[in-house]
Design a protein around this ligand. Structure first.
Ligand code: HEM
Length: 256
């Protein structure tokens, strides 16, 4: 069996695929959150950042393809492993508690994973394609004129005066719909729980679950997931409490 075949055909290979694709997806969601938190700064920041991403051209499409492949492989491996697990499990009278726990954990992972998948579909329809809330979609809002250069590592990435999509207003106006804001909060809450339990399975696969550092590792992951949740909660939460409003400086807004 070649390496690729054993990755896709054996249980340990599929678990490794789940782990690796899971890590890639975690890196994306963390980077995405760090970028999104610029909503709390001057509108130049989030709008300049979003414009920079949109102008990456082939690199953006490579990133999108990698995300799609990781999502598909992650879900495929989860389903195949769950089916094999259910088939292979006979009655286990001596390990009933372990069996119940394992079943609950995997059911729970499937359920949270399913909600996160539904969220991603809605999220793309909302902020990327613009069919969920068309009136507040970036393409239907007045363009935003950058009042200062947007810099990355000291280099100018988007020049002052450039007209860009007003992504910051789109996000804030989107979350002014309370139903949408609550849906996002519930979804990122479930995603955070999914990450917490996913990390447990990852450590099990890597044999780190009973190691010397197991407790510290678990505490660090729990803290990381809590911070991730709070960071995501902050954005719709700040809109719902009126802390964030789409007030671009009047001089910086131009009509298309
Ligand atoms: C409060 C939470 C979030 C906010 C405010 C937010 C905001 C955004 C915005 C504004 C865009 C479109 C950017 C643009 O086209 O200019 C976007 C795209 C995206 N978001 Fe989020 N997001 C959030 C959470 C998430 C989460 C939890 C996930 C994944 C589970 C996610 C996955 C994506 C993906 C896959 C895209 C498409 C990226 C692309 O076009 O290449 N987002 N998000």
């Amino acid at each position: 069996m070649t390496l690729i075949e054993s990755l896709f055909r054996t249980t340990i290979g599929r678990k490794l695929l789940m782990a690796v694709t899971g890590i890639v997806l975690i890196l994306f969601v963390v980077a995405h959150l760090v970028g999104n938190l610029q909503v709390f700064e001057h509108p130049d920041k989030l709008n300049g950042y979003a414009h920079l991403l949109q102008t990456l051209g082939p690199a953006l499409w490579i990133e999108r393809a990698a995300l799609l492949i990781c999502t598909v492989v992650h879900i495929w491996a989860a389903v195949v492993l769950a089916v094999a697990d259910a088939r292979g499990r006979g009655p286990q009278p001596y390990a009933v508690d372990t069996w119940i726990q394992a079943t609950l954990a995997s059911r729970y992972m499937r359920w949270t994973g399913g909600v996160v998948l539904a969220f991603i579909v809605y999220h793309l329809a909302h902020f990327t394609i613009g069919v969920a809330q068309p009136a507040t979609f970036k393409g239907n809002l007045p363009a935003y004129t950058m009042s200062a250069d947007y810099r990355v590592l000291g280099l100018v990435a988007v020049r002052a005066g450039t007209q860009v999509d007003d992504v910051r207003s789109m996000v804030i106006l989107g979350f002014q719909n309370r139903l949408v804001a609550v849906f996002y909060i519930v979804a990122v809450g479930l995603l955070s729980l999914h990450l917490l339990h996913g990390a447990d399975s990852l450590f099990q696969t890597l044999g780190w679950r009973n190691g010397r550092w197991a407790r510290g590792l678990r505490a660090a992951v729990t803290l990381g997931c809590a911070v991730y949740f709070l960071g995501n909660l902050a954005i719709p939460g700040a809109v719902m409490t009126g802390l964030l409003a789409p007030q671009a400086p009047a001089s910086a807004v131009a009509s298309r």
